[in-house]
Write a protein that binds this ligand. Structure first.
Ligand SMILES: Nc1ncnc2c1ncn2[C@@H]1O[C@H](COP(=O)(O)OP(=O)(O)OP(=O)(O)O)[C@@H](O)[C@H]1O
Length: 300
């Protein structure tokens, strides 16, 4: 492939700690029973991934396999504990529930605030304002605070702002599960348009058939590890198997998840993604803003 790399994830690991004891009473009970107070695990385990400019990649895997964590590393909302994540260009992400739009502000104010977070200057936002509002279909509620919006309206506005930033890299996590079918079709058409313009896309969605149609590559996650990277239909078949196993009460990630977290020591290729700690206000791009807006959830 001649295209430049847009995203280079190099042996990236991310560890989370789950605290079992929430109160002094809990701590005492667990201590008496000689149970641990917390437990840490690798949500992502030495993941390597290079995505070239113009590729449309489906990120697949059952709940908890690490897809969202990987998208958050790419967007810069989180930084890896070890390894590195490099990105090139302006990133727009719809990757975190509630992030990106401020509940106390009106839809109109959010277009300006989120547009700015997503890297647009005021003149660009003003130029695109009508198109953003028209696409979102929330005209009538533009001067209401977004905390009064339905989850569908919220997503429509968040998607519309992000999709109009003309991002080099567009990260989408489950937004297509929210909203009505006509709006979903509109989003898909916009995603296809961005794809056809040669933008890099990484998409998490629960609809395997849609991903197979939309994407030219599938990356399959299991237990925080990348277990497959290639033909999107093949990745989709693996995902279906894992979903089936999960439904039968098995844990497909059990054997994949292991303790690790050493530095890769390899040379970085692109600019580093910075951790901001605040979903929706990140800047991960080496050559532009890298925000994360909002996304939905669902069984996948
Ligand atoms: N902030 C956090 N603190 C502790 N554990 C976390 C945190 N974020 C994610 N996890 C855990 O890390 C693992 C991977 O989560 P992640 O959200 O990346 O998976 P996913 O494949 O996107 O799942 P889903 O499809 O449910 O969104 C899960 O076990 C999840 O519970």
């Amino acid at each position: 492939m001649n295209a430049l790399p847009s995203i280079v994830v190099d042996s990236a690991s991310k560890r989370f700690t789950i605290r079992h004891a929430r109160s002094i009473k809990d701590m005492t009970v667990r201590a008496v029973r000689r149970q641990s107070l917390s437990e840490s695990f690798n949500a992502l385990d030495e993941v390597d991934l290079t995505i070239h400019q113009g590729e449309t990649v489906a990120l697949m895997g059952v709940n908890g396999s690490g897809k969202s964590t990987l998208l958050k590393l790419i967007s810069g909302v989180l930084s890896p504990d070890s390894g590195s994540v490099r990105v090139r260009g302006r990133i727009a992400g719809l990757i975190d529930v509630g992030a990106g739009l401020h509940p106390e502000l009106t839809g109109r104010e959010n277009v300006f605030l989120n547009g700015a977070i997503l890297g647009m200057d005021e003149a660009e936002i003003r130029r695109k304002f009508d198109a953003i509002v028209e696409f979102s279909g929330v005209e009538r509620f533009l001067d209401s605070q977004v905390k009064f919006y339905s989850s569908g309206m919220f997503m429509r506005l968040a998607f519309s702002i992000a999709a109009h930033t003309e991002p080099d890299i567009f990260l989408i996590d489950e937004v297509l599960a929210v909203g009505d079918p006509p709006f979903r079709e509109k989003c898909l058409a916009r995603i296809r348009q961005l794809r056809d313009e040669g933008r890099t896309m990484v998409i998490v969605a629960h609809d395997i058939q849609m991903l197979i149609k939309l994407c030219d590559r599938g990356v399959m996650m299991r237990g925080g590890r990348k277990i497959f990277d290639g033909d999107v239909a093949e990745a989709g078949a693996m995902w279906k198997e894992d979903r089936q196993a999960r439904r039968q009460g098995k844990d497909p990630g059990k054997d994949s998840r292991k303790e690790s977290g050493k530095d890769s020591g390899k040379e970085p290729v692109l600019g580093p993604a910075k951790e901001t700690g605040a979903a929706g206000e990140s800047s991960a791009a080496s050559e532009g803003a890298a925000p994360a807006s909002s996304g939905g959830t669902g069984e996948r």
